[in-house]
Design a protein around this ligand. Structure first.
Ligand code: PEP
Ligand code: MN
Length: 348
């Protein structure tokens, strides 16, 4: 149920609506917009009419939220969600670029990559330390050692770090280090993990499952939002189709569709979406042209020697070229790439 308050409604009137929602077993979520306040009363509503709210003072109108995802819907929150991530904001006019290796492999590899991507214009550093590998015999990640290297890279470059969490058992450890949780495609419907992250107040990059629909992605985001964590970034990373020329198929459509359905920022991962370094820049450019709010890109100083996803990883020079192209497209779209954090300049 969506309760739209009159522009001059008082705090007491808003409180009465909130309490009425609670009496009916609904959870109220308040959005203070520029013009008006909207209260989303979410949950199973057993009263067949809207009477309990319509009769209240200060209420302009009451509507049903037509989408199954409630808190993520634009109906509930018409304006874009904009939130800060240590050094930049996401969801506004600025386009954010996150970059780094698929896996953290060693101290020197992550430090070298961090400095290179920052130099090229990246705003945040990515790197996996717990890897969801298809084979149990493949490299599984450096764990806490990798988090320590990432923390050192953050200290030297000023870039926040984006790291994949695979299980709730990693939560306490990860909370000590990471700035943005990444929930990978394979865990998009790990509902216990999503609920646990929803209880935190850290930003989360939620990747679309390999064969998940857009609605399923939004329902997964809802698990995090329902816990009170509003800092969710959605990530299109390609879906499985019959096509075998690329690792996945970029669902470019998902960008404008998501922008229409939800207020949450939309990020594109051209590395996993294509699986091949040769195609990454083209799809990165397409994503910005289609309205994405940012990119997450795999970069490795020596892709041929990478322990995971080397084929789709860009060399730093290629990444720098891609950033220049993305900046040009962003400008055409009336946007700009977020400036790099200049407050930290330590070398290594
Ligand atoms: C990754 O980012 O390295 C990764 C494993 O991505 P995805 O979950 O999209 O496959
Ligand atoms: Mn990867």
């Amino acid at each position: 149920m969506l309760i739209i308050m009159k522009p001059n409604s008082t705090p007491q009137q808003i409180e009465t609506v909130v309490n009425t929602a609670k009496v009916h077993g609904l959870t109220p979520h308040i959005t203070h917009g520029v013009e008006t306040t909207i209260i989303a009363a979410v949950g199973e509503f057993h009263t067949p009419t809207m009477d309990p709210f319509e009769a209240l003072e200060g209420v302009e109108s009451v509507k049903r939220i037509s989408q199954p995802f409630k808190l993520g819907s634009r109906q509930v929150h018409p304006e874009n969600s904009i939130f800060p991530i240590d050094g930049f904001t996401v969801g506004g006019d600025d386009i954010v670029i996150m970059a780094g290796p698929c896996s953290v492999e060693s101290r020197s590899q992550i430090l070298e990559t961090a400095h290179a991507v920052r130099e090229a214009g990246a705003n945040a550093l990515r790197g996996g330390v717990f890897k969801p590998r298809t084979s149990p015999y493949a490299f599984q990640g450096l764990g806490e050692e990798g988090l320590e290297y990432l923390a050192e890279a953050r200290e030297q470059t000023g870039m926040p770090i984006v790291v994949e969490i695979m299980s709730q058992t990693q939560l306490d450890l990860m909370l000590k280090y990471v700035d943005v949780f990444q929930v990978g495609a394979r865990n998009m419907q790990n509902f216990n993990l999503l609920r646990a992250i929803g209880e935190t107040r850290k930003s989360v990059l939620l990747k679309r499952g390999l064969s998940a629909t857009i609605e399923e992605l939004l329902m997964s985001a809802e698990y995090i939002l329902a816990g009170g964590n509003k800092q969710v970034l959605l990530c299109e990373r390609g879906i499985r189709t019959f096509e075998t020329a690329t690792r996945n198929t970029t669902d470019i459509n998902a960008i404008p569709v998501l922008k229409k359905l939800t207020h949450l920022p939309v990020i594109l991962d051209p590395s996993h979406a294509t699986g091949h370094a040769d195609y990454v820049a083209a799809i990165a450019r397409a994503a910005i042209a289609a309205g994405a709010d940012g990119l997450i890109v795999e970069v490795h100083p020596d892709p041929a020697k990478a322990v995971s996803d080397g084929k789709q990883s860009l060399k730093p020079e290629k990444f720098a070229e891609m950033v220049k192209q993305v900046k040009a497209i962003a400008e055409i779209m009336g946007r700009c790439v977020a400036p790099i954090n200049k407050s930290v300049t330590a070398g290594w």
